[in-house]
Every structure is written in structure tokens, then in C-alpha cells.
Ligand binder design. Structure first.
Ligand code: AMP
Ligand code: MG
Length: 324
């Protein structure tokens, strides 16, 4: 039982330096953007990303937005096209998130829940900018609220919505006052054939269309089940069949283990049984095993608690996806 409240700091030079150091060492920082407050971590540190999911108590891994300092930093991470050039020229920094192909796996695969694309934007807020510049990191950040609650638009909201720093929440909260835009960013997918509006938000669809022409709407078939706006559910599907709650591999299968009971030498999500480590390894390990010489992936049971629920959710979906 911890009563300690997470410190809410005025974002002066010392606080920004402390926040940047927190990010560099794998910790979480809640920070203001012009849209809503974000719960940020080093996007290249899979275990830090896992801590974000745990702090929000998200029952599923859904992809997070990567925040970068400017278009040059974005180009280091994703592959731009002409439409991205036009949109970033017109709307960055700002409340427009673009989904583009990843350059490589330097940003943790957990950030995009295994997808080959990344959602990226440059926030238009001096505190977010200062944190990006001082840390020199791409910052993965969903809204700084517990899953299912509304997004925080003031520092005080964050305190009441997330666990304290001693219980897996942010180490510090930077106070930038109320958020100017107050709604999430607009998300446009530029990774497919036609620019597609995935989520309406802070930049109006009309303004985007005035810049690049009509936006497509996501086709219903992309989505497994109807979702509220912003819950577009594309997900990474392995090529090979996945068999869950396996204890040993059948012929042709490779065993993906978990915990100290896994056979010696098995590929192991976490030899010590640490769910954060397992989450950080989940997508990269499945990807590494997803093909010849194997004909299937057998996954050992993962405890259905904390981050284990999100891991199992993803494994179950991957196991069902094999027929479609
Ligand atoms: P949030 O971080 O809570 O503001 O939500 C991020 C939004 O961006 C969600 O609607 C995600 O589904 C969407 N998103 C993030 N990354 C991707 C991606 N790689 N492909 C498609 N949608 C994405
Ligand atoms: Mg949110």
C-alpha cells in the first residue's frame, strides 16, 4: 500500500532534464501535448513500452503513437512518401498522426503491436518539444489515463487516473496547464493504396482533404468487430499456425516458452517468468520463429494476470487468425 503521490512538476530546465533522464533509464513520464496528456516512454525500449501498457491496465496491446521532434526525426524511423511530405509540411507540428512503414525494428515492435507500420507525429507543445529535444528519444505515448477512462487534459487528471510512481505509474508528471486542443490527434494511414482516415481528431478532415484530396474510410472488412472511433483493429498475424498452452513441441513445431519450467534451450519469452519482459519479446520472438524450417509455433501457457492478459489476448487472436 503506497500513498505517495507522483510529483507534478513545473516544466523548468531541471524538471525537463529529470524527465529526460527518467525516459533514458526506462521510466515513464506523463507530459502535456496540445491534444491530451501522454504517458510517455522510450519507444526503443520494449520493457519500458510494456510498463506503459501495465500502468494503463490495458487488456490488449493496441498500437501507440510515437512522438518525434520534427520531420527529420520522423524520417529516421518511418519511410515518407509524397503525401506524407505534403501533410507534414501543412500540419506539423500538430494534431495529425500519420501511419507509415517502419524503417527498421529500432522502435520496439510492441509499440506497433507487431505491425510493420508506425503511427507518428510531432506535437505542437513547448513542453513536449523540450522533452523530445532533451531526451533525444522517440517517445511512445498513449493518453495518460487508465484504460477505458477519458483522456486527461490537465496534469491533475493524470494523478487520479493512473497508479502512483511506486505502483508502476509515471515517475513524474510535467504540468503544462490545460491542453489547447483537448481531443486526440487525427490519425491518417498513408501505408496503403489510398490515404485513409483511421480516427477523426484535432485536425479537421476537411483541412486534410483540402491538402491531399479525399480520404478513404477504413473498409469494414479490415475490422473484426465494430469498434468505437479510433479503435481500428488491424493486427499482426503470424504465417504459421499457433498452438496455445503447449507443454512440448509436436513434430515440425518450435516451442516458445515462458518461465523457468520451459525446457532448457527453448526460445523463452522470459526465463524468469517476468511478464514485462515477455511482453517486450512477444512480437519479435514470434516474428523470428514464423517460417521455415518450422511448420507451427507451440506456445507455453502464460499466466492470465496483469500484462499476461494482454499477451494472452494477442496469442488467442493470432491462434484464430490462421484460417482467414
Ligand atoms: P492513442 O495512442 O490512444 O491516442 O491511440 C493511437 C491511435 O492510433 C489508435 O487509434 C490506434 O489504433 C492508431 N494506430 C497507432 N499505430 C497504428 C498503426 N501502426 N496502424 C494503424 N493504426 C495505428
Ligand atoms: Mg486514449
Amino acid at each position: 500500500m503506497t500513498e505517495a503521490r507522483t510529483p507534478i512538476l513545473t516544466p523548468d530546465t531541471a524538471a525537463i532534464a529529470q524527465a529526460a533522464e527518467t525516459l533514458r533509464t526506462g521510466g515513464l513520464v506523463a507530459f502535456p501535448t496540445e491534444t491530451v496528456y501522454g504517458l510517455g516512454c522510450n519507444a526503443t525500449d520494449g520493457e519500458a513500452v510494456a510498463r506503459v501498457f501495465a500502468a494503463k491496465d490495458r487488456p490488449r496491446f493496441n498500437p501507440l503513437i510515437v512522438h518525434v521532434q520534427d520531420t527529420d526525426a520522423a524520417r529516421n524511423i518511418v519511410i515518407f512518401n509524397d503525401t506524407a511530405d505534403r501533410l507534414t509540411e501543412a500540419f506539423w507540428p500538430g494534431a495529425l498522426t500519420l501511419v507509415l512503414p517502419r524503417r527498421d525494428d529500432r522502435v520496439s515492435l510492441l509499440v506497433s503491436a507487431g505491425l510493420e507500420t508506425l503511427a507518428i507525429r510531432t506535437p505542437d507543445h513547448p513542453v513536449a518539444q523540450a522533452l523530445l529535444v532533451e531526451s533525444g528519444l522517440p517517445i511512445a505515448a498513449p493518453s495518460a489515463n487508465r484504460a477505458g477512462r477519458i483522456s486527461p487534459t490537465a496534469a491533475g487528471h493524470v494523478v487520479f487516473s493512473l497508479p502512483g510512481s511506486a505502483d508502476g505509474g509515471p515517475t513524474i508528471i510535467l504540468d503544462g496547464g490545460p491542453c489547447r486542443v483537448g481531443v486526440e490527434s487525427t490519425v491518417v494511414d498513408l501505408s496503403g493504396d489510398a490515404p485513409t482516415l483511421l480516427r477523426p481528431g484535432g485536425v479537421a478532415q476537411e483541412d486534410i482533404e483540402a491538402c491531399i484530396g479525399p480520404l478513404a474510410q477504413p473498409s469494414a472488412s479490415d475490422d473484426e468487430t465494430p469498434k468505437s472511433p479510433g479503435m481500428m483493429d488491424r493486427h499482426y498475424a503470424p504465417e504459421l499456425p499457433l498452438r496455445l498452452v503447449a507443454t512440448e513441441p509436436r513434430p515440425g513445431e518450435v516451442l516458445l516458452g515462458f518461465g523457468p519450467d520451459a525446457p532448457e534451450g527453448a526460445i523463452n519469452l522470459s526465463p524468469s517468468g517476468d511478464l514485462g519482459e515477455a511482453a517486450a519479446n512477444l512480437f519479435s520472438m514470434i516474428r523470428a520463429l514464423d517460417g521455415p524450417p518450422f511448420t507451427g509455433i507451440a506456445v507455453m501457457a502464460v499466466p492470465d494476470v496483469g500484462l499476461g492478459r494482454a499477451i494472452n489476448d494477442r496469442l488467442r487472436r493470432a491462434a484464430q487468425m490462421v484460417d482467414d
